[in-house]
Design a protein around this ligand. Structure first.
Ligand code: F6P
Length: 327
């Protein structure tokens, strides 16, 4: 039987990320361009369960490319994890006349999408929207570059006060289980050290960071700590630091959700725009259960199973660069 998508539902789910709006705009306009109706689903999977669904016009997505956050709102939806929740979601999808979905989010979003697609035979395409950059098969995720720039700006500011007061600053950076934001921000902001979960023995990394500070003629240092590298994050590292070296004047800064906000960079807007259009094309080509990503500036299609299950590596040369440049 020939299958033709006539109405796409779009949602954003999980932690928001800058340029999700640019992605919504691209999906909406690419669909309308191809004669397909678009329905906006509010608050991620929760909106599907509650039937919080409204049609999006080209005008509805005007003036949003520069805005952080998501006009569709976002949520982490526990109800979608159980079969009853997913059945409700499917019924509402049918009621709204939606025959395919584009979901914008990260690991949790794709895990839910994969299961939903398998249970109800729904065509779903995913867009990688997360500041964590932790999805396999894409060089970058939507929002990662903006977040990285935000972190860099914050560290530049902390550097001023760290130098004035001759202090050690331990700066906690987000990333869930991944160290991409932390390591890349450390290189970009010239941090003295970074502590990330992908490198063995976090305690050794801390020791090294302490030694690094002492060996140096520098009178202040900035150490980035990935939020889950060690239980307790930067506060826990501070305790170890202070015990080893009470003479250090140590301060902790937790950047927190600042890292998720702000107007997206040009790079993120362009990425979101390209991937949004590619997601609609993928549905028209009858692809399903895939994430649309970017590799060497080319659009790629990656099965959900790989995007969420495979570990994306931290490049060794970046780890080395951070060390060489912090002497
Ligand atoms: O996945 C994005 C992210 O910001 C992670 O970096 C962080 O661990 C988590 O979400 C925070 O989640 P919440 O907004 O629910 O506190």
């Amino acid at each position: 039987m020939e299958y033709k998508v006539q109405c796409i539902g779009v949602l954003t789910s999980g932690g928001d990320s800058p340029a999700m709006n640019a992605a919504i705009r691209a999906v909406t306009r690419a669909a309308i361009y191809n004669g397909i109706k678009v329905m906006g689903i509010y608050r991620g999977y929760q909106g599907l369960i509650d039937g919080d669904i409204r049609e999006l016009t080209s005008h509805d997505v005007s003036g949003i490319i520069q805005r952080g956050g998501t006009i569709l709102k976002s949520a982490r939806c526990a109800e979608f994890r159980n079969p009853e929740g997913r059945k409700k979601a499917y019924d509402n999808m049918q009621k709204a006349g939606i025959d395919a979905l584009i979901v914008i989010g990260g690991d949790g979003t794709f895990t839910g999408a994969r299961q939903f697609a398998q249970e109800f035979n729904v065509p779903i395409v995913g867009l990688p929207g997360t500041i964590d950059n932790d999805l396999w098969g894409t060089d970058a995720t939507i929002g990662y570059d903006t977040s990285l720039n935000t972190i860099m700006d914050c560290i530049d500011k902390l550097r001023d006060t760290a130098t004035s007061h001759e202090r050690v600053f331990l700066v906690e950076v987000m990333g869930r289980d991944a160290g991409f934001l932390t390591l890349n921000a450390a290189i970009a902001a010239g941090s003295e050290a970074a502590i990330i979960p992908e490198r063995a023995s976090v305690l050794e990394q801390i020791e090294e960071a302490i030694g690094q500070g002492r060996r140096k003629s520098k009178n202040s240092s900035i150490v980035l700590v990935q939020e889950h590298a060690i239980e307790g994050g930067a506060q826990a590292v501070a305790k170890i630091f202070e015990e080893a070296h009470p003479e250090y004047n140590t301060r902790v800064t937790i950047l927190g959700h600042l890292q998720r906000g702000g107007s997206p960079t040009a790079q993120d807007r362009i990425l979101a725009s390209r991937l949004g259009i590619a997601a609609v094309t993928a549905l028209l080509e009858e692809q399903r259960s895939i994430m649309v990503g970017i590799k060497n500036d080319d659009i790629v299609y990656v099965p959900f199973s790989k995007a969420i299950k495979q570990q994306k590596d931290i490049k060794d040369d970046k780890w080395t660069a951070m060390h060489i440049l912090s002497i």
